[in-house]
Design a protein around this ligand. Structure first.
Ligand SMILES: C[S@@+](CC[C@H](N)C(=O)[O-])C[C@H]1O[C@@H](n2cnc3c(N)ncnc32)[C@H](O)[C@@H]1O
Length: 289
């Protein structure tokens, strides 16, 4: 797990690398420019490697057919950000084991998921069999969505692809392309303000140590090969608004789920200690205009 004494601690990670563990590579964390191709290759390998641990650690919290927007446990049942999905054609980006898409199907929608990681999609198939609710999935990247124009009423992502792509403009343009006119786009990412703080769930993670406006990607570099092994890209709130507007979408909502008083689950840098004081998740809601 990313910790205070990790020299690379600096951003909120959705996974918890264990540099000294046999389960993961030994890595150094840097802030350095990397492009789309490098990000995609690194993250595909990383999510394939990490998928089993991710699902065994977080699967019960996510629920096999549950829909949470982030570590705060804010559910779509409560949020209603997708609107009534009955009869709607819905696409999930970075679906992982497709828990959220399964929720959509259980609520009357038609859902399909894409994910970069084949291993994550194998977990999706495992849950298809265990739940009896199959989700059609495709192994693909959010910057090149394998569907025709206007195929969906809703596109969403819960901590999926958006913060892993270098070319967010391409990903948002793809969302716009596959949405019908008037369609809805909803996605959650690490709250952009978290970029300022060390990725530490304790009080040490409450002291700002780097610029909110520094967009230099977070990169873990394999100690042995020297190659990037994991990449995250962060954008400011203003960046996301501009990206949505530039693609022909209007921002219709922006949600910052509060940490529930009685919620005491730590997920990487997300914890009760930090969650009661600072937002950890940002959810953007947009509509095609
Ligand atoms: C934090 S997990 C979230 C998965 C799922 N939404 C959930 O809530 O469990 C991030 C997912 O995004 C996927 N991902 C990363 N980069 C991607 C890309 N460029 N295109 C599609 N999926 C991507 C990863 O493989 C991983 O399954």
């Amino acid at each position: 797990m990313e910790s205070a004494d990790d020299p690379g601690a600096g951003v909120a990670l959705p996974h918890e690398p264990e540099p000294d563990s046999a389960a993961g590579p030994s890595v150094r964390a840097l802030r350095v420019e990397v492009g789309e191709e490098t990000s995609r290759q690194a993250n595909r390998r990383d999510w394939d490697r990490y998928a089993d641990e991710y699902q065994s650690t977080h699967g019960a919290f996510l629920g096999d057919a549950g829909f949470v927007w982030g570590p705060e446990g804010f559910t779509e049942d409560r949020a209603g950000l997708l609107g009534d999905v009955t009869g709607k054609r819905v696409l999930e980006l970075g679906c992982g084991a497709s828990q959220c898409s399964r929720w959509v199907i259980d609520h009357g929608g038609t859902a399909v998921g894409i994910d970069l990681s084949f291993r994550q999609l194998q977990h999706s198939h495992r849950l298809d069999e265990e739940t009896g609710t199959p989700v059609p999935v495709v192994c693909a990247t959010a910057t090149d969505v394998p569907f025709v124009d206007g195929s969906f009423d809703v596109v969403f992502s819960s901590f999926g692809a958006l913060q892993f792509v270098a070319d967010a403009r391409a990903a948002v343009a793809e969302v716009r392309r596959v949405l019908r006119s008037g369609g809805r786009f909803v996605f959650s990412v690490t709250h952009p303000t978290r970029w300022m703080f060390p990725d530490d769930p304790t009080e040490a993670g409450l002291v700002a140590s780097q610029s909110y406006w520094d967009r230099t990607p977070y990169v873990e570099v394999d100690d042995v090969s020297g190659a990037p092994s994991y990449v995250e890209h962060h954008r400011t709130i203003g960046d996301w608004v501009e990206l949505l507007q530039g693609a022909g979408m209007a921002l219709t909502g922006f949600v910052e789920p509060e940490w529930p008083e009685d919620h005491d689950r730590t997920w990487g840098g997300w914890s009760r200690t930090r969650g009661l004081l600072t937002p950890g998740t940002a959810i953007f809601v947009a509509r095609v205009i």
